[in-house]
Design a protein around this ligand. Structure first.
Ligand code: ADP
Ligand code: MG
Length: 374
């Protein structure tokens, strides 16, 4: 059997997911694939063409370990993590497999290849062992695998996008209620991931620091308001304009980013529904400025890439995407003007930066699936 799982890019709603806020990712046509056969026993023998590396996992031993993270390393952690979570949730021992993994999804460049790998194996075993788990349950088990087995305390966005997305749409996700909505994308716009070529630096420690600063902002707001608030998600624009000036820095600006970014996601949904290029451009530009000035997660290269794309023909909107400090921008581009857009954005960025950019032109695709027999 053959299974596929896509990567994702977030259109808007950055650094909102750990504040109970809104995000809007798109699953893209860069994906990981597995061609596998079931085995008669409970061993997994898997070869990744991407990494030229073979792994072996014994599901019986994993089950007996009662989910204690084993001494798995490298990509085996994601496969073992998903297997443990599925077995813990269903109480069943999964079928062994052997197979080969191939991929068109770059790893470690912010397109969430780790979530795609998790979604791939969750989809495989859900089908093979007829577990009958829905997409949300699979997404939460994959997130748990990433927490416990990869040690990355991510939100639910990446796994949800890789499992639940629909072709031609972005996935609006309320990270508090887990409510989702498929939001059609105008068919004459393409998604372009514009990688600055600058590796994401320092993002781990800065990421944890931003999370802590958001928590401090919540505590300070509670003190000035004299009442509890659950998260920055709960702060209205009116409350923000009255009370944020009373907060100390940098909490004030961090909170202002999160509160304004949530409002921008909701406005973006309206703009998409109207295919309002002017509003989309404005909202993405405001999102980038807020990430740069209030949240302070941009860098010279990301700013240069945004400027290069904005001036190129056919650019509807552009902003940094992902955690920041390097990595990529996401642009929406008029399909009919893709070629001049790529040519001019590439030239304008190279004229300013020592890094070599890379442009990935993407379509939005459906979430992970078992492929029909060839
Ligand atoms: P990102 O999720 O942003 O791509 P991560 O560091 O979270 O970056 O995950 C990358 C890891 O996922 C890789 O180091 C590898 O362990 C695993 N991985 C991704 N793609 C593959 C693949 N095709 N084959 C094997 N492992 C993969
Ligand atoms: Mg990852």
């Amino acid at each position: 059997m053959r299974v596929r799982a896509p990567g994702r890019v977030n259109l808007i709603g950055e650094h909102t997911d750990y504040n109970d806020g809104f995000v809007l990712p798109v699953a893209i046509d860069r994906e990981i694939r597995l061609h596998a056969q079931p085995r008669a026993d409970h061993r997994c023998l898997l070869y990744s063409e991407t990494l030229d590396e073979q792994i072996e996992i014994d599901l019986t031993r994993l089950q007996e370990s009662k989910g204690e993270p084993l001494s798995c390393t490298g990509w085996a952690r994601y496969v073992a993590g998903v297997a443990v979570m599925l077995m813990r949730h269903t109480g069943r021992l999964l079928t062994g497999i052997e197979g080969v993994i191939s991929s068109t999804l770059p790893t470690g460049s912010g397109l969430s290849s780790s979530a795609a790998l998790e979604a791939l194996f969750a989809t495989l075993w859900n089908h093979l062992d007829q577990l009958q788990l829905d997409g949300w349950t699979l997404a939460q088990l994959c997130q748990q695998a990433e927490h416990e087995y990869a040690g990355v305390h991510c939100g639910i966005m990446d796994q949800a996008a890789s499992l639940l997305a629909q072709r031609g749409s972005a996935l609006f996700l309320d990270t508090r209620t887990l409510q989702t909505r498929h939001v059609p994308l105008p068919s004459d716009w393409l998604i372009v991931v514009a990688d600055t070529g600058k590796p994401r630096a320092l993002s781990g420690s800065e990421y944890n620091q931003r999370r802590a600063e958001c928590q401090q902002a919540v505590e300070q707001l509670q003190a000035v308001l004299g009442q509890p608030i659950g998260a920055l998600r709960d702060v209205s624009a009116e409350v923000a304009s009255l009370y944020l000036p009373l907060l100390s820095e940098p909490s004030r600006r961090r909170a202002r980013h999160v509160i304004s970014e949530n409002a921008r996601v909701l406005a973006f949904l309206d703009a998409l529904a109207r295919a309002d290029a002017h509003a989309v451009r404005h909202l993405m530009r405001a999102s980038h400025a807020s990430l740069r000035d209030d949240y302070e997660v941009s860098c010279a290269e990301l700013d240069q890439m945004v400027a290069a794309c904005l001036e190129a023909p056919g650019c509807v909107g552009v902003r940094l995407t992902g955690a920041g400090f390097g990595g990529a921008c996401v642009a929406l581009v008029e399909r009919a003007r893709l070629d001049p857009f790529l040519k001019e954005a590439d030239a304008a960025y190279r004229a300013q930066s020592d890094y070599t950019p890379q442009f990935l032109v993407c379509e939005s695709v459906e979430g992970a699936s078992v492929m029909p027999q060839a």
